[in-house]
Design a protein around this ligand. Structure first.
Ligand code: SF4
Ligand code: SF4
Length: 386
């Protein structure tokens, strides 16, 4: 255990920060330039603004060495603008956020990544996809189909693992935004056993989906149905389902993050998050604690929005498998002991190089996937004015 450590993180020069941002600037131009030729003025403006937003945030990450606070701007924008674009789309297509039964039977239900873990067992055992959407692109609200979403998810997941939950999930930003509102948490003591919540929900939903032959989580428990689409409430069951969605959204996504300053839905409930934790083992990037530098003051533990650090894990030099690579602990550590790391290398050997490699991958994917969603939501708003 060290008592005196040499700190190395100083703001970078403007020139060096710009140089490090150049690959992201070029990638952003490549992703958004095609939209510049769009006939719709709001779409063009939204693409330019989104591209600039992503480049500026990356530049600030380079200039300041801080990851979490700049990433959070992107992630909150993603969380808030996804419902704007999506709800606008469904209202234009069918005039309601409720999916009529006929649409579901016709396989025109939009697919998101949440049901992926629920589809695996029925597909493996019965060769049946228990989701009422189309596998291949079908147009309309079925969007690109399940195959496209699964491919995007798999590509991002193999590289950044549970980083998906900090750089790609288009729902988590709402609660991260809520958690950022209060200066201090009103509820500080959280029973650590809540960490098992997502695993319990995952197990229950996998078994229920197998038994009922439907994506049980989407039908009964997804809080984000409240801000996307849901089964049209034509009877008592439908009304109960929608009541559950609204209550879970209000409790887990709004109230509890405001009280605890934690991502409570992600940490204590989300079955997809639990499933995604498994892929932290396949990613080459992780966050470690350099025990030679650690004092241990546990500031990293307090800053973690997902309870992914414990006294024991800090002593072992590790984060828990629920770590979503948000970077809050690295930013918070006064001793530079919480570090980005590439598997197979020595801990704390060139941690900034590990951060850069992770961020190029994560931010490149964020621009490609989340950037399009942000631009769509922004265009919907701009359309009102231009
Ligand atoms: S913030 Fe965490 S990693 Fe850094 S010195 Fe304190 S306990 Fe150790
Ligand atoms: S351990 Fe660190 S990087 Fe992982 S979720 Fe917690 S704060 Fe974020």
């Amino acid at each position: 255990m060290a008592t005196k450590v040499l700190l190395t993180r100083q703001p970078r020069t403007l020139g060096r920060s710009l140089l490090l941002t150049l690959p992201i600037l070029l990638w952003s131009a490549l992703m958004f330039t095609p939209a510049f030729g769009h006939a719709n003025r709001a779409q063009r403006m939204a693409s330019i603004l989104t591209g600039a937003f992503m480049v500026v945030l990356f530049f600030m990450m380079m200039r300041t060495w801080s990851t979490y606070r700049w990433r959070r701007w992107f992630f909150v924008a993603l969380g808030l603008l996804f419902p704007v674009g999506f709800i606008h789309q469904v209202m234009v297509m069918r005039g309601s956020m409720g999916i009529p039964l006929e649409e579901m039977i016709a396989g025109r239900t939009p697919f998101c990544f949440m049901p992926i873990p629920l589809l695996i067992l029925p597909a493996a055992l019965f060769k049946t996809v228990v989701f009422p959407g189309s596998i291949l692109p079908k147009g309309g609200m079925s969007g690109g189909g399940m195959a496209a979403m699964v491919t995007i998810w798999l590509g991002i997941t193999l590289v950044i693992g549970k980083g998906w939950c900090s750089y790609a999930c288009f729902f988590g930003g709402i609660e991260e935004g809520m958690a950022a509102v209060p200066a201090k948490a009103k509820v500080r003591k959280i029973d650590p056993r809540w960490r098992y919540g997502p695993w319990a929900v995952l197990l229950a939903m996998v078994l229920l989906s197998l038994a009922l032959f439907e994506p049980a989580y989407c039908m009964w428990l997804c809080p984000f149905k409240a801000v996307s689409e849901y089964v049209a409430a034509r009877n008592t069951v439908g009304r109960i389902q929608n009541g559950i969605f609204i209550l879970l959204f209000a409790g887990l996504v709004i109230v509890l993050p405001l009280l605890t300053k934690k991502r409570t839905q992600c940490s204590f409930f989300c079955p997809f998050g639990a499933f995604q934790s498994l892929f932290n083992k396949t990613s080459v990037f992780d966050v470690k604690i350099d025990r030679a530098r650690c004092t241990p003051c546990v500031l990293c533990q307090k800053s973690c929005p997902t309870l992914s650090l414990t006294d024991e894990s800090i002593a072992r030099g590790e984060t828990l498998m629920s770590c979503m690579k948000c970077g809050a602990c690295v930013d918070a550590c006064p001793k530079e002991a919480a570090v980005w790391h590439i598997r197979g290398t020595e801990v704390a050997v060139k941690p900034e190089r590990a951060r850069l490699m992770f961020l190029y991958a994560a931010w490149g994917m964020a621009i490609m996937f989340g950037g399009g969603i942000i631009a769509e939501g922004l265009a919907t708003i701009l359309h009102v004015f231009v």
